[in-house]
Design a protein. Structure first.
Lengths: 493, 263, 305
């Protein structure tokens, strides 16, 4: 082997030494850059050094303990929702995260599974299959459905695949909503297949070996078990023969094809397995809800699934778990004005503290924001804008502070809307400015954000949730496309 | 008389009005190194694309070890024993070096998806074998792609290392015939010499049959058993390096009409 | 026969609206190879803007300006507002992603779509608005073919969309600006090197496309379609279907696709189950995508391996 004459350091010295310029040191450059600093960093480092098994054991233990720490059905319900959502994310991760196939109709598989289960376990057709028969059937049929959808799409890629799957998804939805009076040629009367827009009710709960799943707790543990299996499988798939094939396909489909990876087969496999997982989730959903309602399977759910995946970071398993948790738990928190208030302020403060590096600047910003708030109050009062007193619009521990600092106009809609528009424009404007200008504008924008939040956004949690998700997706793609835990990707265009 | 490792018979490929390959025939013997040269646009990469199944020829047939592979999709052709590198390196950039090579072993392994998840004996055995293969493929390149580098993403590799990895990846498919598309492009003289040595060693030590597209005549001279010259899809010369390099048709193709006269 | 004629006419009229939306999609995809999934929301915003413009001048019943002027104002506000919004969206949501992978831009578009819908819900409320065209236009005027009535708004819609298409076609094919757009469509980097201000071209592309969407919104409102936050989703999907069916990237294709989808939808509603009309429109798209992904008038692109 010819000696290295290209001018690099000799390889052998580089590997043992840690000097500047040696290859290993250079290669770890990125790692060093991304190393967090600050008080939490040390904790983070310790965490990352724990063996993987232990890392997963911690959240698992917490999840196991929750039903024993609370008997609040509502919290368990959130846990169940999270479990279902996580299952879907795991399924979607295979298709999108690994194989890079943009399936915008994924929610149709969820719905299909739910309806299939309802068909064989509800009064709709009077069939009541035992659970041990129904579930495998649902999985198999949904997998076939996934195959059926994937087959015509097998030659499509990128945009076209996205469009086709989007439309398949919409077609399914339309079909489900309209099929409450289907006229079969061999039948006299039209048949109510899907219950139309009202869906199917009185679906049987699961029952295995005489044990009927009648409480939220039982479903909670069922889903926990399924999630453990799903996450484990995903971790195993990551470096397996198929996992690598999918990931290679996602990188460069043509090169992968040349390296013996069959694109059509892998695509169909991704669709099928993803569909099977979604179908299983669908059956659990139907039995938990004791009903199937088409409004669940619309685009907003799909967007939330994608948001979770992207937020967590495509291809990262801890990422998808955390992304899912955020997507499911956050909207629940938003339902309670008190909690959401706390959350809003915590997020705002954490965001400011982590982006601005020096404590001096941070303090200056917070003080200025307070000043702006009081100044605004003065202006509003001077203009004679009618307002509400503190007890009229807020209560709880934060009330005195909020009441003193935030001006609450009587016409919340008008002022809130204006503030919202101004806020969006201001944030957009800020992205075009230099760091210094941004810093100066920050207190005003912060106050505007708090004002908009308190005056307007708190009034409508569901709209706010959508707004935040939409904004999150936009900002995430622009600022940190790899999400929280993903690795920055290199693209060749 | 052994049968040729790779054989093209009367291959023609047209794109609309442009004939990219015109009645092209070639037999490559096992463990032979054949270089294909020609000016840009001569049809060299099209040749590779037809052989690997990216294009189906309008006329003619392609045989690999005697098997007719004409019109098969690339993944099937690859499984028959032929692998290639690309003119502008096409690695799986966000995968590590190790993962790049392991991914290419898909066709040689049989573990099912379920088997991989639960850790069946077959899956586990194959994983061990794959590690072994990674080692084997990479040790060919000496100390270049070793140690910590195996777990670095491919995008962190230097240009020369990327080209080497691409060759290693092609080897990992289990192929016996390699198509190398401008393996020395963009390399400095030292790296170029090294690549030429690697190509020779691939044939001498591991018995690969190799077809190389190259522009660097030093490389071509140093490695080729035979040289084929292509221009506008037509073979204009074939033979040893000296024969082809001095052929008037070749000189004209590269330097224009009238250039041949001075020789 | 008469019934058929009625449905056909309905189809053509709605097709005009779809065609305008399709034009926007095709323009953006043609220049940027980007599917602006949020385009339908610009149509929705246009409808709202037009409505508020109408109310601002006293409409629908007590307008302080003559009807023709009011309609012009409505169109100008909707098109201007739509264009402005589209330009802003491009500038802040899509421009940072120009060098990123397709997936990123598509996700961002989904985000924009969701954001615009929610913003409309927040700012305008959940109340459905109606243009109540009858108050300021005599819906009896117009003409008839046989016993099929075509009133003046319907004529306006069809003529208007054909006119806008013609203007757009002229712009793209016969002006310097259009040449620049086509250059950017083929190769952005080469365009920059040839002195074309790519940012400006892209901004103008979005402005044009979004302006058309805004116009479509007003037309839709004038045709008495209800105006709410969700109108953009289905109309966007259908306009998008039309663009793909006609050949994405082709202006006449978008027009053709729009009318085809409109007519097919009308036929499906009239002769088959109206609830399945949407389904059939989508089915057509999928079939076209599978059989001829480049659409009826689209061109195939050859990529060099």
């Amino acid at each position: 082997m010819s000696e290295n004459q290209t001018g690099n350091q000799p390889e052998t010295a580089g590997e043992s030494g840690r000097g500047i310029g040696t290859d290993e040191w250079v290669a770890q450059h990125e790692q060093r850059l991304n190393q967090a600093s600050g008080p939490f960093a040390a904790l983070g480092q310790r965490w990352l050094q724990l063996p993987r098994g232990i890392q997963w054991l911690v959240p698992l233990t917490i999840a196991l303990l929750i039903p024993f720490l609370t008997s609040n059905d509502y919290i368990l319900r959130i846990g169940v929702n999270l479990g279902l959502f996580l299952m879907l994310v795991v399924g979607l991760n295979l298709t999108v995260g690994y194989a890079g196939l943009l399936d915008l109709g994924f929610v149709a598989f969820y719905g299909f599974g739910a309806y299939m289960y309802a068909f064989v376990a509800s009064p709709q057709f009077g069939i009541h299959w035992p659970t041990w028969l129904a579930i495998p059937m649902v999985i198999a049929v949904t997998a076939l459905f996934g195959l059926a959808l994937g087959t015509p799409s097998r030659r499509l890629s990128g945009d076209y695949l996205a469009i086709a799957t989007l439309f398949f998804g919409q077609m399914f939805l339309v079909l489900a909503v309209s099929s409450d009076a289907v006229q079969f040629p061999w039948m006299q009367e039209p048949v109510d297949v899907t219950g139309g827009a009202n869906g199917i009710t009185n679906v049987d709960p699961f029952s295995f070996f005489g044990f009927t799943f009648s409480s939220m707790t039982s479903y909670y543990f069922l889903l926990l078990g399924l999630i453990v299996i799903g996450v484990f499988a995903t971790l195993r798939i990551h470096n397996s023969r198929h996992g690598l094939a999918w990931r290679a396909m996602g990188e460069d489909a043509l090169a992968a094809q040349h390296m013996t990876i069959p694109p059509v087969r892998m695509k169909l496999l991704a669709f099928t397995v993803g569909a099977a997982v979604a179908g299983l989730a669908g059956s659990v959903f139907a039995s938990v809800q004791l009903g199937v309602f088409p409004s669940t399977f619309k685009l907003p759910l799909l967007i939330m699934l994608y948001a979770a995946l992207i937020l967590g970071g495509l291809g990262s398993v801890p990422g998808l778990v955390i992304g899912a948790i955020i997507m499911v738990v956050l909207p629940e928190v938003l339902r309670f004005p008190d909690y959401s208030n706390w959350l809003f302020f915590i997020v705002l403060i954490v965001a400011v503290v982590t982006t601005l590096k020096s404590w001096k600047i941070i303090t200056a910003v917070f003080v200025s924001t307070l000043a702006v708030g009081f100044a605004a109050n003065g202006i509003f009062l001077a203009l004679g804008v009618p307002y509400l007193t503190t007890p009229e619009w807020t209560e709880g521990p934060l009330a005195p502070i909020l009441g003193a600092w935030v001006f609450m106009p009587e016409d919340r809609l008008l002022y809130g809307n204006i503030a919202f528009v101004l806020l969006v424009v201001a944030i957009a404007w800020m992205t075009t400015r230099t760091r210094r200008t941004r810093l100066i504008a920050l207190p005003f924008v912060l106050w505007l954000a708090v004002f908009t939040w308190e005056v307007r956004l708190l009034l409508e949690p569901s709209v706010t949730r959508q707004l935040l998700i939409g904004a999150l997706l936009i900002v995430l793609m622009a600022a940190r496309p790899q999400g929280l835990f993903g690795k920055p990707r290199v693209e060749v265009l | 008389m052994t049968e040729p490792a790779l054989s093209l018979r009367g291959v023609t490929k047209r794109f609309g009005g442009l004939t990219s390959l015109d009645n092209f025939s070639l037999d490559v013997e096992p463990a032979e190194i054949v270089s294909v040269i020609g000016p840009n646009g001569a049809g060299k990469t099209t040749l590779f694309n037809v052989v690997t199944g990216v294009y189906t020829p309008d006329e003619g047939r392609v045989f690999l070890h005697g098997e007719d592979v004409t019109g098969l999709p690339p993944e099937k052709v690859a499984r028959q024993g032929i692998a290639r590198t690309f003119q502008n390196v096409r690695l799986f950039l966000n995968l590590t070096v190790r993962e790049n090579i392991k991914a290419a072993m898909f066709g040689r392994t049989r573990a099912s998806l379920l088997g991989s998840i639960v850790g069946s004996p077959l899956a586990r055995r194959e994983e061990v074998e794959k590690e072994e293969q990674v080692r084997e493929a990479l040790e060919f390149f000496g100390t270049r792609l070793q140690g910590y580098r195996l777990d670095q993403p491919a995008y962190s590799l230097s240009y020369a290392n990327r080209r080497r990895l691409e060759i290693a990846r092609a080897m990992a498919t289990g192929a016996s015939v390699l198509l190398l598309d401008e393996p020395a492009a963009g390399m400095n003289p030292a790296e170029t010499k090294e690549i030429a040595q690697i190509i020779r060693r691939l044939r001498d030590d591991r018995g690969y049959t190799i077809v190389v597209i190259e522009h660097d005549m030093h490389v071509v001279e140093g490695i080729s058993d035979r040289v084929i010259a292509l221009d506008h899809g037509v073979q204009i010369a074939a033979g040893s390096f000296d024969e082809v390099a001095t052929s008037p048709a070749v000189i004209e193709a590269y330097l224009g009409k009238g250039a041949a006269v001075t020789k | 026969m008469e019934y058929f004629g009625e449905q056909l006419v309905n189809g053509i009229i709605v097709g005009g609206v779809y065609a305008l939306i399709a034009l926007g999609y095709t323009l953006i995809y043609g220049v940027l190879q980007f599917l602006n999934l949020a385009h339908g929301e610009l149509y929705m915003m246009g409808a709202f803007f037009g409505f508020f413009a109408m109310v601002a001048v006293g409409g629908p019943s007590a307008a302080v300006v003559p009807t023709w002027l009011m309609i012009i104002i409505m169109f100008l506000v909707a098109m201007g507002g739509g264009a402005g919004l589209g330009v802003a969206v491009e500038r802040f949501a899509y421009r940072p992603l120009r060098k990123s992978r397709r997936l990123a831009a598509l996700i961002s578009a989904l985000g924009v779509s969701l954001f615009l819908q929610s913003a409309a819900l927040l700012l305008f409320g959940a109340r459905v608005r109606l243009y109540d065209t009858g108050q300021f236009i005599n819906l009896r005027s117009g003409f008839s073919i046989g016993s099929i009535r075509i009133d003046i708004t319907e004529i306006m819609v069809v003529v208007g969309s054909l006119l806008l298409m013609a203007i757009l076609w002229f712009l793209v094919n016969r002006t310097q600006l259009g040449r620049s757009m086509r250059a950017v469509a083929v190769d952005q980097d080469a365009a920059v090197m040839n002195g074309i201000d790519v940012d400006r071209v892209i901004t103008i592309t979005f402005a044009l496309a979004s302006g058309l969407a805004g116009a479509a919104g007003v037309m839709s409102g004038l045709l008495l379609f209800p105006v709410d936050q969700y109108m953009g989703i289905f109309a966007g999907l259908k306009g998008f279907t039309a663009a793909v069916v006609g050949g994405i990237g082709s202006i006449p294709g978008a027009m053709l696709g729009g009318f085809i989808i409109g007519i097919v939808e009308a036929m499906a509603t009239g002769y088959l189950n109206p609830t399945y009309a949407d389904f059939i429109a989508f089915l057509i798209l999928v079939l076209v995508l599978l059989i001829r992904p480049t659409g009826i008038l689209g061109k195939k692109n050859l990529a060099k391996v």
